[in-house]
Design a protein around this ligand. Sequence first.
Ligand SMILES: [Zn+2]
Length: 219
Amino acid sequence: MDYHAFLSQFPDTYIGRGRTDRREIALTFDDGPGLATSALLAILREYDVQATFFCLGEKARGVPDMVRAIARDGHEVGNHGFTHRDVRALDPETFWMTEVLPARSLLEDVAGTPVALFRPPFGEISPAQTARLAEEGVTLVGWSIDPRDWDEVEAKDHAGRVVRDVLEQVHPGAIVLLHDGDEGERARPAIVEIVRHVVPALWAMGFSFVTAGRLWEAR
Ligand SMILES: [Zn+2]
């Protein structure tokens, strides 16, 4: 079943978009921290925009200062699991004990903030795993706009294409899926340029930026 159709059956656990009566949207960055994260934080600071970073435990472990910097800049730290695997083959308890809990503990330790949000790698999670997270009071965060910023990164005008995709799909309450994790061994090349252009364009359309947690609280 489609990820969003399936998870929309769990309205008390899952958010795929915010309210549609406010021109608020959430930018989310997955798979980091990565080599591009520091420059991304700088542009977000320049714009005074707060976002949500779904960090991986195995990445965060090597760069705890970067997780601290994310939190210190007023961004929200979310949990993207420990190893970025398709977790559906794991029984719910193993999933919780090996992927969700260790990443959350590590992120909470280094960020010094509670980490209440979880986004499954690839957006893939089983009904039993979802029920396990619901039991623990974890909120699952999906997305409503996927501009595929990981796709054809070498293409000419890749950043421009991603920006246009966001602007074409944008709607009140949007949750935008982007990535600051590395592209193999390299810094994700275009994320800073994408953000540099998409934020002012969205402002011009009357949108403001909030964290995914804020969209959840206001739902
Ligand atoms: Zn991911």
